[in-house]
Design a protein around this ligand. Sequence first.
Ligand code: 5GP
Ligand code: MN
Length: 338
Amino acid sequence: MKLAHVEAVKKLLATPQKIVIVPHKNPDGDAIGSTLGLWHYLTNLGQEAVIISPNDYPKFLKWMPGNEHILNFEKENIQAKKAIAEATIIFTLDFNHLGRIGQMQSVLEEKEGVFIMIDHHQAPDDYAQFTYSDTSMSSTCEMVYNFIDFLGDTDKISKAIANCLYTGIMTDTGSFKFQSTTSKTHEIAARLIEKGAENTKIHNHIYDTNSPSRLQLLGVALKNMVILPEYKTAYITLTQAELDENNFQKGDTEGFVNYGLTLDSIKFAVIFIENKEEGIIKISFRSEGDFSVNEFARSHFSGGGHDNAAGGKSDDPMKETTERFVSLLDTYKTKLQS
Ligand code: 5GP
Ligand code: MN
């Protein structure tokens, strides 16, 4: 973030503001962790702040301190719209174009006020007056830590803030194993543990709360996996019927896509998940090395994300979607085999 912008934000926060903080739709650990971490910080400063999530999110994220204050735009629509109407500052966290917030898009597009973006995805839009965008960052949580640091306030990081920010760093780095994990990431994680982040507890909350039906669904997903050695690609499909048969709960498919990459010599892993209600197939893409799934998702499946982790969607039925996907692979054969 530019120094001039840091000074301007500092000045803004020196006077009482009405603040709305927004994560992307289907928020993950980084989106909820970063918005809650920032919310605690701003609230402790004496600011009036509220988080509005575009929709619901998994139970394994709901233990975080302050969670009960998050408004759900779909369920608490009137209250959420009122907060947006009254807001003087809108923080948008862990996304960089307003198409990522579902039904909130039109409301925020019309909203006048100061927008502040903190995000680590590629190709940011320019809707914000103050943009802190850095694609080299492991997570938005790491950036919120930096943001607090820019404002000279790391001494104000409470145990609650530390727990929230540690969560997003852990989930977005795949527990500190992705390439985006730097020595700085570890340093920040260390500072957060010093401030009271309960690393073991956080890990348990996120990863050790499986239900029997989620494990059954994982079994179905793994059985459905199609391996295409000639393209170093593995993909999984899950239909709405399969989800229903296994008592699908939001968040149950989190992490399934990564199993493809655990196969020796597989560099590109994909999961296609049918969502009958929205009439789409939601897709997650993961890669190892220099095959950019961000570009792939952007070019072919109306999506985007990072080089090694991206998402997108298809409006076609499952069969057509996977057939189109497989037919695309030939163009990328050399890249995938290198
Ligand atoms: P996931 O596959 O875990 O849902 O998302 C992987 C990454 O891609 C995350 O950083 C997420 O924010 C991003 N992402 C997921 N879906 C979309 C999408 O539809 N559009 C864009 N631009 N990014 C997405
Ligand atoms: Mn993130």
